[in-house]
Design a protein. Structure first.
Length: 148
């Protein structure tokens, strides 16, 4: 009986140590940020949200994985020469490798057809088939949803 109690105490101590070690590593938070307005205030607020939540979680010892999804008029956020936040996107992307930008393929295709040529996107942007579908997929994967 004495050996069983000793084994139980050792096991409890080891498990507590593992829990502490796991907590010390920090959690990973997944956040999807939605931009669908061609408004510099909204775009800047979205980027402010990204910076604020990233700083907050890093101060807690956690990690934030953030994907900004732009569609409709919000796609201007990711178009060189039209984006009022292009410099911020470039800087933030260099500073944070867990930040990505997704451009709606449907919106991009329609803008390109209207322009009569392929509309360029910032090098930080990746095209997804549909911005709305991408937001749904991210939420189904457990991403938290933010719309500034």
């Amino acid at each position: 009986m004495k050996h069983l109690l000793t084994a139980a105490a050792v096991t409890t101590s080891l498990c507590a140590g593992w829990t502490t070690a796991a907590l010390a590593e920090g959690a990973t938070h997944h956040i999807a940020v939605h931009v669908n307005q061609n408004d510099p205030k909204v775009m800047n607020m979205a980027l402010n949200n990204v910076q604020n939540l990233t700083r907050y979680y890093e101060a807690q010892g956690d990690t934030a994985v953030v994907e900004v999804v732009a569609y409709g008029p919000g796609l201007h956020m990711l178009i060189p020469g039209k984006s009022p936040v292009a410099d911020r996107i470039a800087t933030m992307s260099l500073e944070n490798d867990k930040l990505s930008f997704s451009a709606c393929g449907n919106t991009h295709r329609k803008m390109s057809e209207k322009a009569g040529k392929e509309v360029a996107l910032l090098e930080e942007a990746s095209i997804v088939p549909s911005g709305v579908v991408r937001l749904v997929e991210l939420q189904e994967q457990g991403f938290s949803y933010v719309r500034p």
